[in-house]
Design a protein around this ligand. Structure first.
Ligand code: ZN
Length: 265
């Protein structure tokens, strides 16, 4: 310590040496700071890549809150027996898709919301290339139309049985304009569970998700969805969610944690 003070005093006396040493120390500090900055930059991109990579491979990263499941008209809107539509709900952008239509139904029942219609055109075009000719069997249904269907089914099968396959007015997914029934144009196993074992039903179950649709009422999922197996009924939810539900073999109710309160009547 003592010798350092003596050295400092000597340097103070020699002004030229004092300036040289101060300049040398300044250069040394600048080099040190520059080195630290460069080293940090070299490390940073590796960290970013690593986090991007983990987002890609980690299935937990699916953003379940991207769209609302409660808001009318949302792509992920869940409508079911205990999640009725808002009273008198009318989809804002119904159009007639450019596909084979069901000539026994009204013009209104052959409509769907714009995005759903566009996706359906792509789905049916892909099916055609695979040798399957589909038609839109039933699309949008108003509350009044659903009421007439439901009342007919109740008269035919009784209320308990009708509730397993037909929605009470005001609770039908068809009223959203984002759900529809599919049949082949030869009407083989038309709206019948045997459709699921037919080439038309098998192709639909294997490819609907690629175009943003899910087979909404799956086999053995009645306690979760509240409806019996309907291999012909598909719902548009967009490709991200459709692919996710397909790969996880889950219903919307399971995926969003709602199924505890839903069951057949
Ligand atoms: Zn349906």
């Amino acid at each position: 310590m003592c010798s350092a003070i003596i050295l400092y005093m000597k340097i103070r006396k020699d002004r030229k040496l004092f300036y040289y040493i101060t300049a040398a120390l300044t250069i040394l500090i600048v080099i040190l700071v520059a080195y630290i900055c460069v080293a940090e930059k070299a490390v940073a991109p590796t960290d970013t890549n690593a986090s991007k990579q983990s987002e890609k491979t980690d299935p937990q990263k699916f953003n379940k809150t991207r769209y609302s499941i409660d808001e009318p008209g949302s792509p992920w809107w869940i409508v079911s027996k205990n999640r009725p539509l808002t009273e008198g709900y009318l989809p804002p952008d119904l159009v007639t898709p450019n596909v084979s239509l069901n000539t026994t139904k009204s013009a209104s029942e052959n409509t769907l919301r714009r995005d759903t219609a566009a996706a359906l055109e792509k789905l049916f075009a892909a099916a055609k290339l695979a040798g399957i000719d589909y038609m839109l069997a039933s699309g949008y249904r108003s509350e009044t139309l659903q009421a007439s269907y439901y009342n007919n089914y109740v008269a035919k099968s009784g209320q308990a049985e009708a509730d397993r396959y037909s929605a009470r007015p005001g609770t039908s997914e068809h009223q959203t304009g984002m759900a529809l029934d599919v049949a082949t144009i030869d009407r083989r196993h038309y709206l019948d569970q045997a459709f699921g074992e037919d080439p038309g039903g098998i192709w639909l179950a294997s490819h609907a998700h690629e175009y943003g649709f899910i087979v909404r009422y799956q086999k053995d999922k009645e306690p979760m969805t509240g409806y019996m197996y309907e291999p012909w009924h598909i719902r548009y939810v967009g490709t991200d969610l459709a692919k996710k539900l397909y790969s996880d073999s889950q219903t919307m109710e399971e995926f969003f944690g709602l199924y505890f309160s839903i069951g057949p009547n």
